[in-house]
Design a binder for this molecule. Structure first.
Ligand code: ADP
Length: 516
């Protein structure tokens, strides 16, 4: 058809008056005309135009109408154009009709009858248009068929009532293994697994026009695949698209299994951890109970040891007075050693009593001004400081939560150790404190003999001493008392040292009160 959907009619006549007359008679809104004065011109026009009908004069100079028609019929592009011959000789009619039995060909005899002309042109044009439409529809159908057959999904039609398969594309064979013909006329239900059959039955009853569902379906080789269905229900048919989701379903199943396993493992581990926690809590409680028991025992034992010790040392002193100058030197020495021993035992008992008193939890934490504590320490240790000519420097100190008497003991132990563990030089002692985010960080530094850093933890254990008592007297309890005092506040204590390079004792006290 020509531009704007108008039918294009080619009028071929060597007489311009005939052409004019024909155009005039056939003129209509839905028609257009092209004209040719001879056969050659007509053939030229058909090459570049999509002509819908040709009115062809038979008798023309050059190639005549029949010859033109023959050339047109021999070319597939133009062979279907309907032709109406206009001729003056009726005997030509039969001959030509024979030659063109197949095509749309008609005859008009001159002089032309306008009504017959109009009628014939209308009929042939209508036929031509319908033919064209059919060709177009066929081309579309062909494309659709190609698309359907190339689809990776299964496409098809099923009877909505019987569920009999009416048609499917090739994908059914590649996915499920059945030849298409084998399925035609059989029921979908006979291929589905049991659960899927009931799903489909419910869907039929639902009466919905769009259906989405998944089914397990048996393949030709009896294995099961999973299809995801999308169905449009129309005119008693299911027009469906079924996608193979077997792989993703498998992956989903695997993930679900892995998740279930993981959850089970997490649950088991949580239960195990809970049990371990309970066990630890139980052990901590047991440990605390046995610590309290031990402290009580240490207190009672040391307290009860004092009395017989007093008796022994009292009688030893009396014996020493009685026998002074009367026994030989050796015996005098024995009595002296025994008296020293009782003194040492008294010191140890005293220290043990002090140790067992700390951390009993009976004394509540209070605000303690550490400046005052250090001032008192200096006062209490004044004779020793004077004797050793010790120099003590102290920076500003905070107010902390603690037990004043215990803080006092802490500083007494640290400062007296700092003066004690010296090698003849003037003791230089520095006390300072730094504020941290959650703690106060204290530091007591000396210029004494120091110690091997590998014993940094050991010195805080009860009765552990690094230096011989003949050189440096002591009981080995002082630092373990300091540790207890600091831990009661929720803090920590540690030491940094090197032999001959002095020692630094650090301890922290939390800013907020800790639970005891
Ligand atoms: P004592 O001083 O009664 O022996 P402590 O518990 O106070 O007991 O100290 C334990 C050990 O730690 C000491 O015997 C000593 O070896 C070592 N020590 C403590 N303070 C210092 C210090 N300032 N310098 C070097 N060594 C120290």
């Amino acid at each position: 058809m020509s531009i704007a959907n108008k039918a294009l009619i080619l009028i071929v006549d060597d007489q311009p008056s005939n052409v004019y007359a024909l155009e005039h008679v056939l003129k209509a809104d839905d028609r257009e005309f092209v004209k040719a004065m001879n056969g050659e011109e007509a053939l030229e026009i058909t090459k570049t135009n999509e002509v819908d009908l040709i009115l062809l004069d038979v008798q023309m100079p050059g190639i005549n109408g029949f010859e033109v028609a023959q050339i047109l019929k021999s070319d597939t592009r133009t062979s279907n154009i309907p032709i109406i011959f206009a001729t003056a000789f009726s005997n030509e009619y039969k001959f030509v009709m024979k030659a063109y039995e197949e095509g749309a060909v008609d005859f008009l005899f001159k002089p032309l009858d306008p009504d017959i002309l109009k009628a014939k042109v209308s009929v042939l044009l209508k036929l031509q248009m319908q033919k064209k439409e059919l060709v177009e529809k066929n081309a579309e159908l062909h494309k659709a068929a190609l698309l359907i057959d190339n689809s990776a999904d299964i496409l098809g039609i099923i009877d909505a009532e019987t569920l009999n398969i009416e048609g499917v594309n090739k994908a059914i064979t590649s996915i499920l293994g059945y030849p298409r013909e084998e399925l035609r006329g059989t029921s979908l239900q006979s291929y589905l697994n049991i659960e899927s059959r009931s799903i489909v039955e419910e869907l039929i009853i639902s009466g919905q026009s769009e259906l989405f569902f998944e089914t397990g379906i048996y393949c030709k080789d009896k294995s099961v695949k999973w299809l995801q269905w999308k169905v449009t229900v129309k005119d008693g048919k299911w027009f469906f698209n079924a996608r193979d989701i077997t792989e993703s379903k498998k992956a989903e199943d695997e993930i679900r299994l892995l998740n279930e396993n993981l959850e089970r493992k997490v649950e088991l581990k949580t239960r195990e951890l809970r049990m371990m926690n309970l066990d630890l809590e139980k052990r901590a409680a047991e440990l605390q109970a046995s610590n309290i028991e031990l402290e009580r025992f240490a207190f009672v034992a040391s307290h009860d040891l004092q009395e017989p010790l007093r008796t022994v040392s009292g009688f030893l002193s009396l014996l020493s007075l009685e026998t002074e100058g009367k026994l030989n030197k050796e015996s005098d020495d024995y009595i002296r050693f025994a008296l020293d021993g009782t003194q040492r035992m008294r010191d140890l008992i005293q220290a043990l009593l002090e140790y067992s008193r700390v951390g009993s939890g009976e004394l509540p934490l209070e605000k303690v001004n550490v400046n005052t504590v250090v001032e008192n320490t200096v006062k209490l240790l004044a004779p020793l400081i004077q004797e050793k000519n010790a120099k003590l420097h102290c920076g500003p100190l905070p107010i902390v939560k603690g037990v004043e008497a215990q803080m006092q003991q802490l500083f007494l132990n640290l400062v007296s150790n700092a003066m004690k563990y010296q090698n003849g030089q003037t003791p230089q002692i520095e006390i300072s404190c730094k504020e941290e985010q959650d703690n106060w960080l204290f530091c007591v530094k000396d210029n004494g003999i120091g110690f091997d850093p590998k014993y940094a933890d050991r010195i805080f254990m009860i009765f552990q001493r690094l230096h011989d008592k003949s050189e440096y007297s002591g009981t080995g309890i002082g630092l373990s008392i300091c540790k207890k005092i600091i831990e009661r506040t929720g803090g920590k204590i540690w030491a940094v040292s090197e032999p001959g390079k002095g020692s630094i004792f650090y301890f922290t006290i939390p800013k907020t009160e800790q639970k005891t």
